[in-house]
Design a protein around this ligand. Structure first.
Ligand code: PHE
Length: 461
């Protein structure tokens, strides 16, 4: 019976599909609005070196561990722990993933909606009246409106639901295989435009020139935290996708491919954004401000800017949509397999509940903006609206989820199982297996504890 079930389980149909889908999750808002900016402020290529080290010491081992958990169990994030460590409390690690993905799906859907709405704004020329538009107030009026962002969110969530309902092969994989190459083409077009502007070199300097004096402890902590977020780690996404990967695929190689693709796209995003920003002497900002305020300003100054603006927001929407699908799939697969609901019912309930939650969070930018809740950040209590509060909470939950995975693979799961997964039952050589095992047992968990404590208590400053 069990055998029968696992035979019928949906899964990826090709290597390219695995890469497109997993990279689709990893490549998201983090690559486009966060990585380029933190790289620029923390010393350009000097920071990139630290980031690559974090990827090597934390990103790769955790991603591989999540793939191992998923593929060896062939289950959703809760079922995986139940199957691999029956009658122990480890399954609560899976519950933590459900909580984290629920929160992320809530706010990510809203931000994906902003992006979708900005395609519309660019199409109708709302951002295009050169120099007379106050881009900051367009953005703040838009996000504080009780309905408009929610309407856009509902459209993007419905789109995600439509893709999810068709399952893995005919849903997530099929659309990722179309959307990810499109994303690559668009980003390359924008990079070419940006690099050929007069004065583009200043942006290149900002992004790439090594400045080791800016590499302080805050830079290292940022790099560690970003490695987590950018690779979609610590929330069961990679575990869930891992459970759809066939036994004949080389997990170590897939991990490397996804990580390299994610990092390259982040670098391309930097090459698309900063040369253009600096060519027009505009001060770069961080976070949403960079893409929703600074960039529209840049595009309004650029010849053919409107076309590139539309392309840019299509790019951002695709990146957000494929990431959104991956967090939602964690919940859908859990409901489908653990509660035995049909895929359709699981998808509908997931979409409705996370959309409602996100719509409430969105009010934190508007009608509920005066309702503040304290959060401990770096040892200080900071008041935040509900939108920012839940984003900050999810930032703290990711390393916790990652720590559980690292300890489980490093100390609990039988070495034979881990090794068999890495070699696909002896099909592939695993020259780096002992390095991986050493990292995941000692180095990765210690580094995660370090980020976690420094984020909350502001230690080691
Ligand atoms: N990796 C995505 C990014 O870089 C973020 C993400 C987080 C995606 C959680 C899915 C789940 O934007």
């Amino acid at each position: 019976m069990l055998e029968n079930n696992s035979l019928k389980r949906d899964g990826f149909s090709s290597k390219l599909g695995i890469l497109a889908t997993t990279a689709g999750s990893a490549i998201g808002l983090g690559n486009i609005w966060k990585f380029p900016y933190i790289t620029g402020t923390y010393g350009g290529s000097a920071f990139i070196i630290v980031y690559l080290l974090c990827i090597l010491l934390i990103g790769l081992p955790i991603m591989l561990s999540e793939f191992i958990l998923g593929r060896s169990s062939q289950k959703n994030c809760v079922g995986a722990f139940k199957k691999l460590a029956p009658k122990t409390p480890w399954f609560m690690g899976g519950w933590l993933s459900i909580l984290t993905t629920f929160i992320i799906a809530g706010f990510y859907g809203i931000i994906a909606g902003w992006s979708l709405n900005y395609i519309f704004f660019s199409l109708v020329g709302k951002l295009n009246v050169s120099k007379t538009v106050d881009f900051e107030s367009v953005f703040s009026q838009f996000i504080s409106n009780p309905w408009q962002p929610v309407l856009a969110q509902i459209i993007i969530m419905a789109l995600a639901g439509f893709i999810l309902i068709s399952g893995i092969k005919n849903g997530i994989e099929k659309y990722s295989r179309i959307l990810m190459p499109l994303l690559l083409i668009i980003i390359i077009l924008i990079v070419i435009r940006s690099l050929t502007l007069d004065g583009a070199e200043k942006g290149l300097d900002f992004l790439l020139k090594p400045d080791f004096s800016k590499l302080n402890l805050a830079a290292i902590i940022s790099a560690l935290g970003h490695a987590f977020f950018s690779l979609s780690l610590g929330m069961g996404v990679i575990m869930t996708y891992g459970s759809y990967i066939g036994k004949e695929n080389n997990l170590m190689k897939t991990t490397l491919q996804v990580t390299i693709t994610d990092t390259l796209i982040a670098l391309l995003a930097g090459l698309a954004i900063f040369p253009a920003v600096f060519a027009f002497n505009i001060e770069p900002t961080s976070g949403p401000g960079l893409v929703f305020i600074t960039l529209p300003n840049v595009f309004s100054n650029m010849p053919l800017g409107n076309i590139f603006e539309i392309l840019f927001f299509i790019l951002l929407t695709i990146a957000a949509l494929t990431s959104l699908i991956s967090v939602l799939e964690v919940i859908v697969s859990f409901l489908h397999e653990e509660l035995k609901w049909s895929r359709k019912k699981s998808t509908l309930i997931t979409i409705i509940s996370t959309t409602t939650f996100g719509a409430i969070l969105s009010q934190g930018n508007g009608v509920l903006s005066n309702f503040n809740i304290p959060f401990i950040v770096e040892g200080k209590s900071v008041n935040m609206n509900i939108f920012d509060w839940f984003i900050t909470l999810s930032d703290q939950l990711l390393p916790l989820g990652g720590l559980i995975v690292a300890v489980f693979i490093g100390w609990i799961l039988k070495d034979k199982v881990t090794k068999n997964e890495c070699s696909s039952n002896g099909l592939y050589k695993t020259p780096y297996y002992s390095v991986f095992k050493f990292l995941i047992k000692y180095i990765t968990p210690l580094l995660i504890i370090f980020i976690f404590l420094s984020n909350i208590f502001g230690l080691f400053k």
